[in-house]
Design a protein around this ligand. Structure first.
Ligand SMILES: Nc1ncnc2c1ncn2[C@@H]1O[C@H](COP(=O)(O)OP(=O)(O)OP(=O)(O)O)[C@@H](O)[C@H]1O
Length: 263
């Protein structure tokens, strides 16, 4: 298999992810809420160092998929592996390698930036001295070292998002999941957060799964997984997805793949 997000359309059988290159392998995963099927036979794989955009409209199933990858929900149908660790059988090994930025902000606004980071480090069982060192490093990197002792409620939306990303990296995950991380940010802040996470991919070899409904957040070098109505309609590098859809850009490709609209 190549190093891109792998196109695995149903009803074709899901090809096994290459264990040598897949940081995340989702294989034939389905999930229902009562009679409502939120995910239907979803398969794709992403390698180290790749920024992969999980593209889908509201209700496509992005948050449900994230909930399964982070084990908020049990995977009842199909398999999710992180670095080869099966989320069902070896959850602690798999979860230790994942960092998450949830759709809803989860920083405590009444604690300082540093206190929020310390709390997270403690949850991961990191020694206090390591947390201090890494927190200082991450805050420096995002230009927020001078705000370490400020309460989170005094930060802007973009600064809070960057603190959440810094926090998600404290335990040095290999896979970073971000669920609609730019919601509520203006265009300039959106670009800043997007640039920051692309830099992390490039510089640290981090694999990123970035869920969004905003097509302009995908860049030509990115992997793209098009999720619609709970199904993967296409997956691969952005130019491959466009070529397969016979479209010159992602927006018309998405329209062609989804039949132009809502699921
Ligand atoms: N807890 C739940 N109970 C019942 N149905 C749910 C639940 N969570 C999600 N769904 C349904 O599952 C489908 C997928 O929802 P999901 O939230 O995963 O989509 P999404 O792509 O993340 O959308 P959004 O961007 O709006 O959050 C939708 O039809 C939604 O109504």
């Amino acid at each position: 298999m190549t190093a891109g997000a792998q196109p695995l359309r149903t009803p074709e059988p899901a090809a096994p992810a290459d264990p040598a290159s897949a940081v995340l392998a989702v294989e034939r995963v389905s999930h229902s809420f009562g009679s409502r099927k939120a995910l239907d036979d979803v398969s794709f794989a992403i390698p180290a160092g790749r920024f992969t955009v999980l593209l889908g409209l509201n209700g496509a199933g992005k948050t449900t998929l994230f909930s399964l990858i982070t084990r908020l929900y049990n995977t009842r149908q199909g398999t999710i592996r992180v670095f080869g660790f099966d989320m069902r059988l070896q959850p602690s090994q798999a979860l230790a390698r994942i960092g998450v930025v949830f759709q809803q902000p989860t920083l405590d606004p009444d604690l300082t930036v540093l206190q929020n980071l310390r709390y997270h480090g403690g949850l991961h069982g990191l020694p206090a001295s390591m947390v201090e060192e890494r927190a200082a490093e991450e805050l420096e990197r995002i230009g927020l070292a001078p705000r370490a002792k400020d309460r989170v409620r005094t930060l802007s939306g973009g600064q809070r998002r960057r603190v959440e990303i810094a926090r998600a990296l404290l335990h040095r995950p290999s896979l970073l999941l971000l669920d609609e991380p730019t919601v509520g940010l203006d265009v300039a802040l959106r670009r800043q957060v997007l640039d920051h996470v692309h830099d992390l991919c490039r510089e640290r070899g981090l694999a990123v799964l970035w869920a969004t409904h905003l097509m302009d957040e995908a860049r030509p070098e990115d992997g793209v997984v098009v999720l619609h109505g709970g199904r993967v309609l296409a997956a691969g590098r952005l130019p491959e997805v466009c070529a397969r859809a016979g479209a010159p850009a992602l927006e018309p490709a998405f329209a062609a793949l989804t039949g132009g609209g809502r699921g």
